[in-house]
Every structure is written in structure tokens, then in C-alpha cells.
Design a protein around this ligand. Structure first.
Ligand code: EPU
Length: 417
């Protein structure tokens, strides 16, 4: 089992380059299976979630060639096979294979998808979309079977702007007969990235990035080349680290608009940030004031930054409130932050953070991906040594975390126990 050992309270200085977006990559990689032939994706992060997808592609007899930062996917010999729990449990995004295999073969079987345990995470909206497009769904013994005689375009009105349901609807609709309209669609940039790739392959999708996406189904798609966008959650996490520990930190290769809710919030709290076309500079010269924050769908404050931001709020002057509106169980980091010396009361979906508090290193556990990021932020600002256990959660989503932080002066290493 891997742990991360961090010696905190160091000044950080230098450049951190942001990698390709995990949540784009995990949708675009399955998305390539809609096309016949070869697709090359660049700016792919080297993280455990991509390894898990590669294993699923190999299992489906898809040829995968990975080089530094890129992945070449040859779908010529794609086979329709039941995806077992050992593969589907490894990441939430496994459920994009439901849509892919349904769209390609009109039939798919798989064990229910896994992912971080941050709430119940139902998939009713995805299943509703599949049904509206003509599929029949059988759920049996933790397994799901989906089949259709014919997939036919329809209007899909999502009950909430779910990222996963929007993506799954798009993946099926691009090959369904006729026109599909998705209303109340999610606006996340990763969805736009997926649509851009699919349109290069020959799909006919418009309206992405708005609440109404229109898709005209096509017979077939061809392979293409595509560069995925940079990771807004990784960018946001390092921006917070810069605001706490940076004497001068450059966060490079970002799309500033994608993290505007974060940078606006930090600026209102008094942070010193200079934002440029594809990078920002941040330092810890200004004392940060408390803030009330509510997570929301994009372009609101992202739930994926909530846990690291809660760690940052422990260092701010005054009483802050963090309300988590997307997931019901995303404060698993709080007991560990309190163990480090924070004063946080988490009741229901709201955490009240009394700051500033001095943090001290100790042993903590990364219960999920962003909880791990939260403990890392805390560890970097804490006195002494923190050991973050079970960091495979963190390595699922952050590329070269040790190298990136060591380069700017952090004392951090992975220990194999
Ligand atoms: N929801 C339903 N029914 C559904 C779908 C969603 O009730 O059928 C609810 C969920 O329970 C949740 C909310 O709607 O309360 C939002 O869920 P959504 O479907 O948008 O999330 P997701 O597709 O499962 C993706 C990211 C998450 C990120 C969310 C929100 C991927 C692989 N995952 O999840 O990323 O938190 O969107 O932005 O893209 C992470 O990276 O740490 C992570 C958890």
C-alpha cells in the first residue's frame, strides 16, 4: 500500500504545469470506440484511471498504444463482451462503456460501475435516456443488461444537469436514427471537449456548452486526432496550494475561464492572483478572509474543489461556510483535517470552518480522490510531517504529483508500506 509523506510549512516557488483533464480523458477514451479505425488523443494524463480504462479496452480487444502524453486506440477488432466487476468497479467512468456498446452493438452487459464513495451516485438519468432512445434495461444481481432493436432519436429532458447522463445520452444519440435533443444538459467543459472530438469523427452535434444539445444521428464515425483540454480541478488544487504556500507560483497550461469561479472566490477573499491567457501567478502575500461557498453545477463552484478548498478555509481569518450541493457524503476529509488541528463542524451538507487554525502533521487517510487532495493541501501548510495513507485514490486523478511539487520546493515522497 502506498502512502505520501509530506513535510509541511515550506515556501514554494516556481512553475507547475497542468496536465490533461482526467474527466475529459475518461469520457473521450471510451468515446473513440464509436469510430471504426484509429484515433490518437494527446495531452492524456498518466494517472491510474487511464490505466484502468486501458485494461478495459484491452479486454474488449481494442489495440492501445501509449506513449508519453498520448494514446493511440485502434478499434478495428472491437468485441462486445460482458464487462466484469473487476473492471467496472475501478472507476465511475466505466459506465460510458454502457453507451458505447449499446450504440455499436445494440446490446451490452456489465457489472455496476464503481468510483469514489462520495454519495449514492444513482444512474437513473442515464437509464432514462437509454430508454427514451429505444433501449430495454434489465437490472439483475448487481449487473445491468441493455438491449435495443433499433435506437431512435428522441427528446431527453434530464431531471438534473448530470455530467454522466449528458455524456451517455450523447454517446448513444450520435449513432441513433434521427434527431435527439437533450434539455437541461450539463455545461461542463469536458462535455464540450467530447463533442468537439465526436464532430471531428463525423458526428453532428450542436449546442454543446449550452443547456440544449442537438444531435443528428449518423451511420458511422471515423478515427481522428484530438488534444484534450487541461485539467481544471488539478489547476484549481495547485492554485490553492499557491495561495497558501507560494512565494511566487506559476500555474501553467490552464484555461482561465474554466476555473473562474475559483479565482473569483480567491480574489474576493483577498488572494493576490495575476491571470494571463493560459497561466496564472499566485502567492501567499495577502491574508485570506473567510467566505461562504456553495458548490454547484458548472460554471458554479465545482464540487471537486470543495474538499481541498475546505482545507484552505482552515487558514483564513474568520468563520467560513462550505455547503456541498452535489454529493451527500463529501466531508469524509473533515475528521482528518480536525485531527491535524482544524476546527470544522460538518453537519449534513454544510461545514462551518473556524479559522485560522495552526495545523500539525500526523497520520491521515485519503478516503477518496478529492479528500486526498484536501489532506495534501493541509499537509503542505502544516507544521511537521504528515503521512497520507491510501494515496492510490489521489493517484487516480493527479499526474506526477510528487515531481510537480518537488520542483517548486515541497518536501514530499511516496512510501511503499
Ligand atoms: N445524479 C442522479 N442521477 C443520475 C446522475 C446523477 O441523481 O442519473 C446526481 C448525482 O447523485 C449527483 C449529481 O446528480 O448528486 C451530479 O452527478 P453527475 O452525474 O453530474 O456526476 P458524475 O457524472 O457521476 C462527474 C465527475 C465527477 C464530478 C461530477 C460533478 C467524471 C468521471 N466524474 O461525475 O468527478 O464530481 O461530474 O461535476 O467525470 C472527481 O473527479 O473527483 C469526480 C467525482
Amino acid at each position: 500500500m502506498k502512502s505520501l509523506k509530506v513535510i509541511g510549512n515550506k515556501n514554494l516557488n516556481g512553475t507547475i504545469r497542468i496536465s490533461g483533464a482526467k474527466n475529459s480523458a475518461v469520457a473521450l477514451i471510451p468515446g473513440t470506440l464509436l469510430a471504426s479505425g484509429v484515433t490518437t488523443l494527446c495531452n492524456i494524463p498518466n494517472i491510474l484511471d487511464i490505466d484502468a480504462l486501458e485494461d478495459t479496452l484491452n479486454y474488449l480487444n481494442v489495440k492501445v498504444t501509449r506513449a508519453s502524453g498520448s494514446i493511440m486506440i485502434d478499434t478495428t477488432n472491437l468485441e462486445n463482451k460482458e464487462i466484469p466487476y473487476e473492471l467496472s468497479k475501478r472507476l465511475r467512468a466505466s459506465y460510458y462503456f454502457m453507451a458505447i456498446l449499446l450504440a455499436r452493438f445494440n446490446h451490452m452487459e456489465m457489472a455496476m460501475p464503481g468510483g469514489c464513495e462520495i454519495g449514492t451516485r444513482p444512474i437513473d438519468q442515464t437509464l432514462k435516456a437509454f430508454r427514451l432512445l429505444g433501449a430495454e434495461i434489465i437490472e439483475r444481481d448487481e449487473k445491468i443488461i441493455i438491449k435495443a432493436d433499433k435506437l431512435i432519436g428522441n427528446t431527453i429532458n434530464l431531471d438534473m444537469p448530470s455530467v454522466g447522463a449528458t455524456i451517455n445520452s450523447i454517446l448513444v444519440a450520435v449513432k441513433a436514427n434521427g434527431k435527439t435533443i437533450i434539455t437541461n444538459a450539463a455545461l461542463e467543459p469536458e462535455i464540450t471537449d467530447l463533442c468537439l472530438m465526436l464532430n471531428k469523427m463525423g458526428a453532428k452535434i450542436s449546442g454543446y456548452g449550452t443547456k440544449e444539445i442537438e444531435i443528428e444521428g449518423v451511420e458511422s464515425l471515423d478515427g481522428t486526432n484530438h488534444d484534450i483540454i487541461s485539467d481544471r480541478i488539478e489547476a484549481g488544487t495547485y492554485t490553492m496550494i499557491g495561495a497558501l504556500c507560494g512565494t511566487h507560483i506559476k500555474i501553467d497550461n490552464i484555461i482561465p475561464e474554466h476555473i473562474k469561479s475559483l479565482t473569483d472566490t480567491l480574489s474576493l477573499m483577498g488572494a493576490h492572483i495575476d491571470i494571463h491567457d493560459d497561466y496564472l501567478i499566485i502567492d501567499n502575500q495577502n491574508t485570506l478572509k473567510s467566505m461562504e461557498i456553495k458548490t454547484d453545477y458548472y460554471p458554479g463552484f465545482p464540487t471537486d474543489l470543495q474538499q481541498p478548498f475546505t482545507a484552505l478555509l482552515t487558514q483564513c481569518e474568520g468563520i467560513s461556510q462550505m455547503s456541498e450541493n452535489i454529493y451527500e457524503n463529501r466531508f469524509m476529509n473533515v475528521p482528518y483535517l480536525n485531527r491535524m488541528g482544524a476546527h470544522i463542524d460538518a453537519i449534513g451538507r454544510t461545514a462551518t470552518i473556524y479559522g485560522p487554525t495552526k495545523l500539525a502533521g500526523c497520520e491521515v487517510i485519503a478516503t477518496d480522490l478529492r479528500a486526498g487532495a484536501s489532506l495534501l493541501v493541509a499537509a503542505l501548510v502544516a507544521d511537521g510531517e504528515t503521512t497520507i495513507k491510501e494515496i492510490n485514490h489521489l493517484l487516480r486523478g493527479y499526474e506526477e504529483i510528487v515531481e510537480k511539487l518537488t520542483n517548486v520546493g515541497a518536501k514530499i515522497e511516496i512510501e511503499e508500506i
